[in-house]
Structures are given as C-alpha cells and as structure tokens.
Design a protein around this ligand. Structure first.
Ligand SMILES: *Cc1c(COP(=O)(O)O)cnc(C)c1O
Length: 389
C-alpha cells in the first residue's frame, strides 16, 4: 500500500473482542475483565488485552497502527504530548552516569528536559551540530546510549545528517532517536534511514488543526514495548477524544502536507527575492545547508519557513502585528498560517549572544505556512513588509 491508502485504511480495529464499560468513542477508563485477560496480564502481556486506558485503549490503538504504517515501523505508542513522548523515550534508555549526544538546535522543551535530567539524575550530555556527523561521533564516549536529534531543527531547520552516524551507532549499540515533527512522515521516514525510534509532537502536522495535544513514538516492537513500560509508570496517557480527532486528521495528512509543501516553497521563493528580507531558510532552496541531502532524502520541504527581516526584532514585531490573515501565535503545523519570533517565545530564556551563537539573529521570524490560497498568504506578507524601515 502507498501513503494515501495506508493513511485511510490501516489501523482499523475489530470490535469483536471489545467489552467497554460504556460505548465509543472509547471514552472509557476501563474494561470488563475475564480469565483470559487476567492470564495475559500475569504473563506480562498487558499491552495485548484491554484492561485500563493508561495501558491501552482501542481508539488509541487505531492511531498507533496508523502511525506505525505511515512511519514504516513495527509498532507505535501514543502519548499525551510531544514532551510526553520525549520524556518516555529518554527515561527508558538513560540511567545515572549514561551519556547522550544531542544538539542545542532542538525544541526548547526538549532542551529543558535534558538539562533537568543532567542536574537531577546524573545524565551526561554532549552537544553537537546535527549536520556535522564527525562532531557527533567525536562526542561519543563508551557510556553513550543515545543520539537524539530533530530531522530538521526548530527554528533554523538544520538537518540531522544521520547517514554519517548510523554505522557507528549500530556498532556501538547507540540508539538513534529522531524527532520528525517538522517534516511529518509524509515528507521523511527516519526509520528507513537507520533511526531506531521516531518521535512526533502530534500536536503539530499530525493533528493539523490546532485543537489537540498528543505525541507518538514509532519503532520496533521490542523498543516500543520497553518505552511502553516506562510510559505506563510515568502516566502521560493520550485521552480517547484526542486520539479520535488525531485518527481523523491522519486520513488527510497527505492532502494537507501536499498543500503545506507547495505553499511554503512558494512563500520561501518570494521572501528570498524581497528587499526587506536578509536571508531565508527552507530545505528546497538552493542555499539550504545541505540542498543535495534535502532533495535526496525528503519528499518535499514541509510547511516551515524561517527568515530574517531587516531591522531586527522591533521590525519583526511590527511585521507580525501588521499581518491580517497570518496569526501571531506559538505552535505550528495547523491548516492556518501562524507566525512567531524565537527571541520572545521558544528561545526567550537565552541571551542575545547565546541566540546569535546558535544563528538566531535579531529579526529571525518563524513562519508556519498554512493551507490557505497561497495568493492570499503572499499578499498578506507583502502588505506587512511594506512601510517600516
Ligand atoms: C512542539 C514540539 C515538541 C513538544 O510537543 P508538545 O506536543 O508541545 O509537548 C517537541 N518537538 C518539536 C520539534 C516540537 O515542535
């Protein structure tokens, strides 16, 4: 089956063996028990039977099967948020004294969790650039258990050149974890390039309508079973209503992503030629960090465009406030276009110098290009760039 067919037809659940205490959306916390279920539970097969919704829920199972199919993994686990997914994975594979290699080019919440684990639980961390595999390998020690990177980073869209570290990681038994939120499984499948686990904030493109929070982890049966045990202990349970909404959203992921891809490319090209814009980052532009890599690995560039407006943060704020269709808001990946600036949102905790060192220069704007008519998006951007400096 191809992508669209899988999006619509995988993950259909047979109702035959289900005994929910109340009726679907399987908005039930628990299920009727019988001898077969007790037996399965005692034998450690708690995930194969319906007992309690933290352990399993049919509405959630449908999404898990669909996500496993879309990312090309054996199994998947749905949790309550992207951070729930990151936490469940890190707590599964790291013990005090263990080491991980990651990057400062990472979602702020993930960075926060990692430094908390460093301080409180004695995890050792090295930071490397995602697009310098030699640096990642050099940073590894005999204690390294994980490489954790985003397939393209927030907000500067830097790619993780995973091909360069896969063989090394295999040999050393290091797990490669990829947060694929920005590209979505429609544009890139990290498991096919050697990742062990893929994480998504399903809050973004997978949900796609800015109305739910969820996270998902995809990988081998063995890895997902391990992460599931941690997750059951931690408790970030995805609620059945969000799972239902997400399952519905995934049926149109390919249609939405097609339009995000087309609209964002068009917006990136127009911004690139605009006199008020200093630089533009988009994976399908010729000046991208690794244009050949992006073209050979990604189906398309996705919906995120990051650019620097001339005149710094003040001019950036003026631009955002002048937009009419594009809304000023955090988050991304919805059908509506959204805009924000890293300096007062995702990267507010850093000093100007620290932001500059990362490449987040004053005037950096992060645009989540929606699926409206591209002519209207472009006209809105054009009128907002007018005037000012
Ligand atoms: C939003 C986001 C997260 C966190 O997801 P939540 O659903 O907000 O918990 C993690 N990684 C990336 C790349 C994100 O954009």
């Amino acid at each position: 089956m191809r992508f669209a067919t899988k999006a619509i037809h995988s993950g259909e659940i047979s109702l035959e063996k289900l005994k929910p205490v109340i009726t679907p959306i399987f908005q039930t916390s628990n299920y009727l028990l019988d001898d077969e279920i007790y037996k399965a539970f005692l034998e450690g097969r708690g995930r194969d039977v319906w007992i309690y919704t933290r352990h399993g829920n049919p509405t959630r199972r449908a999404v898990e099967e669909k996500m496993a199919a879309l990312e090309g993994g054996e199994d998947a686990l749905m949790v309550s948020s992207g951070m729930g997914a990151v936490a469940s994975v890190l707590f599964t594979y790291l013990r005090p004294g263990d080491h991980m290699v990651t990057s400062k080019h990472l979602y702020g919440g993930s960075l926060g969790l990692i430094s908390m684990m460093e301080e409180r639980f004695g995890i050792k961390v090295s930071y490397s650039l995602p697009d310098h595999p030699e640096g990642i390998i050099d940073a590894a020690t005999s204690e390294t258990k994980l490489f954790f990177f985003e397939s393209i980073s927030n907000p500067l869209l830097r790619p993780f050149l995973m091909d360069g570290v896969v063989e090394f990681a295999r040999k050393r038994g290091i797990k490669i974890i990829v947060d694929n939120t920005f590209l979505s499984p429609y544009n890139f499948n990290p498991l096919q390039h050697g990742a062990d686990l893929v994480i998504h904030s399903a809050t973004k493109y997978l949900g796609g309508h800015s109305d739910l929070l969820a996270g998902v982890i995809v990988g081998s049966k063995e890895d997902i079973e391990m992460v599931w045990k941690t997750y059951v202990a931690l408790g970030p349970t995805a609620d059945p209503l969000s799972c239902f909404l997400l399952e519905r959203s995934l049926k149109t992921l390919h249609v939405r992503m097609e339009r995000h891809n087309l609209n964002a490319l068009e917006v990136a090209r127009v911004l690139e030629g605009h006199p008020k814009v200093e630089w533009v980052i988009y994976p399908m532009l010729d000046n991208y960090y690794e244009a050949d890599y992006a073209r050979s690995h990604f189906r398309a560039g996705g919906g995120m465009v990051t650019f620097k407006i001339k005149g710094g943060n003040e001019e950036g704020m003026r631009f955002m406030r002048k937009l009419k269709i594009i809304k000023e808001a955090a988050s991304l990946g919805g059908v509506e276009s959204l805009v924000s600036m890293p300096f007062n949102t995702s990267h507010y905790a850093l000093s100007d110098e620290e932001r500059r060192a990362l490449g987040i220069e004053p005037g950096t704007i992060r645009l989540s290009v929606g699926i409206e008519d591209v002519e209207d998006i472009l006209a809105d951007i054009d009128q907002a760039l007018e005037g000012g400096e």
